[in-house]
Design a binder for this molecule. Sequence first.
Ligand code: BTN
Length: 234
Amino acid sequence: MERVLYFPSLTSTNAYAKQHAQSLPDKTIIVADEQTAGRGRFDRKWVSAPGGLYFSVLMKPTDVTNLPNLTQLMALCICQTVRKLGAEAILKWPNDVLVDGKKISGILSEVILRENTFYALVIGVGINAEQENLSGVGQPAVSLRELGIRLEKQELLQDVLERFWPRCAAVLKEGFSAFGKEYKELFPYLGKTISVTNGGRKISGAVQDISPTGTLLLATTLGRREFSIGDINA
Ligand code: BTN
């Protein structure tokens, strides 16, 4: 069903997927043991030393209405995998996975355009798997190894993808509602006062809900605000 390409080292699996998108089929997975220029959201660096699981999923769906929800589905699948392995993982909207307030996984999704129209989606995933020292990554982070969980990276990848593939079609068709209940059960911020950083601005408020399209609804002093991207600071 899927094609998996393994590399000992790449600058970035997302960059490889984007460079080769035309020649690679739908649902190609690109995996690297390390990345020399791994990237995170908002142009941040993603430290990608050997030991982490770094992969990108290249997808060429025909219906693009609910694309952002595919990334949220991936986050849910990773969260479920980590929980199955015994850690109390939670989701931090839109697509971070945390254990004990520390990041165990992040996702950078990028759209590829051809002649100004959608051509492909790249969902780039980093999971802290076997690293033993994450002190240099610039944010609180934890690996499966540090939690006492040992699992081959190959099996970790397989477990995540076995959850992800069977649900893609429904998510492309129905959007967030195809998995919203499960997502919200693992999202502990409902009702909490948080701030969201978005476009250089920080906006505080109480989390009202995640909308039927997967956006974050915040009750602020200026009324209700809806976010489709941003970073939660709890
Ligand atoms: C984030 O939380 O900021 C997103 C991190 C995404 C990292 C992954 S690792 C595989 C893929 N290649 C990259 O350069 N980035 C993503």
